[in-house]
Write a protein that binds this ligand. Structure first.
Ligand code: AMP
Length: 226
């Protein structure tokens, strides 16, 4: 199959977007574009974007739209993302970003937006136990540890708790999700792009549900083109 796939994965913090996006990107051989990971890397490198982003991120606030949109416009237009497609993780975060994304992609468009649904009490538990690789962003948890101590299985980086996984910052991010990001569900529903999937259950089971839903969208796309 030589089809370009353009996806967005929506969901609350801790819904499992990162883990599921990695699995989707391997399954379909597409780029996983996670704005949070890109921004954390910029902060670590001390780039201009990183210096500007750091203070927002620590508090759990959103980075100004224009900065994030520029990052996404660059990343979606090169390499695997351009040739095979991508899954966006953590972007768009509000309706303005979603509208800008549509503009960036013209003359193409998103194929589907998957909302990964997980109840708040469960995401709070997941965030509390979440650990990430400081270098490559791979996700672990207190119950799914790396093979050796807290050393990343993928890259050998140090696996740590995120700086913004503090109680105050988590609460702020969940509030922002309700206020800014949740309206995207109605936005994409109106655009006929929304797919709702339960994010509760084993990682493999959830990714199976995702693949079934995405395959369905792709087969409709093929039929449409053909
Ligand atoms: P995440 O890893 O997606 O939870 O993102 C971590 C932090 O990066 C967020 O709390 C924001 O400060 C920032 N961030 C990531 N994506 C975006 C975005 N699309 N718009 C604004 N800020 C973002």
């Amino acid at each position: 199959m030589n089809q370009i796939i353009r996806l967005v994965l929506l969901g609350k913090q801790g819904a499992g977007k990162g883990t599921q996006c990695i699995r989707l990107s391997r399954h379909y051989v597409i780029e996983h574009i996670a704005t949070g990971d890109m921004l954390r890397a910029a902060v670590k490198l001390g780039t201009k974007v990183g210096l500007e982003a750091a203070e927002y991120m620590e508090k759990g606030e959103l980075i100004p739209d224009d900065i994030v949109i520029r990052l996404v416009a660059e990343r979606t237009s090169i390499g695997i993302a351009r040739e095979r497609g991508f899954v966006l993780d953590g972007f768009p975060r509000n309706v303005h970003q979603a509208e800008m994304l549509d503009e960036i992609l013209v003359p193409e468009a998103l194929d589907a937006v998957v909302n990964l649904k997980v109840p708040t009490n469960l995401v709070l538990k997941r965030i509390a136990s979440r650990r990430v690789c400081a270098d490559c962003g791979a996700t672990y948890s207190t119950s799914k540890r790396p093979r050796v101590d807290w050393i990343c299985d993928n890259c050998g980086g140090e696996v740590v708790q995120r700086d913004d996984d503090t109680e105050a910052a988590i609460q702020r991010r969940l509030d922002l999700y309700e206020k800014e990001t949740k309206p995207l569900i109605a936005f994409y529903q109106e655009h006929g792009k929304l797919i709702e999937i339960s994010g509760v259950g084993q990682e493999e089971v959830v990714s199976q549900r995702l693949a079934v839903a995405v395959d369905k969208v792709l087969s409709q796309k093929t039929n449409h083109v053909g």
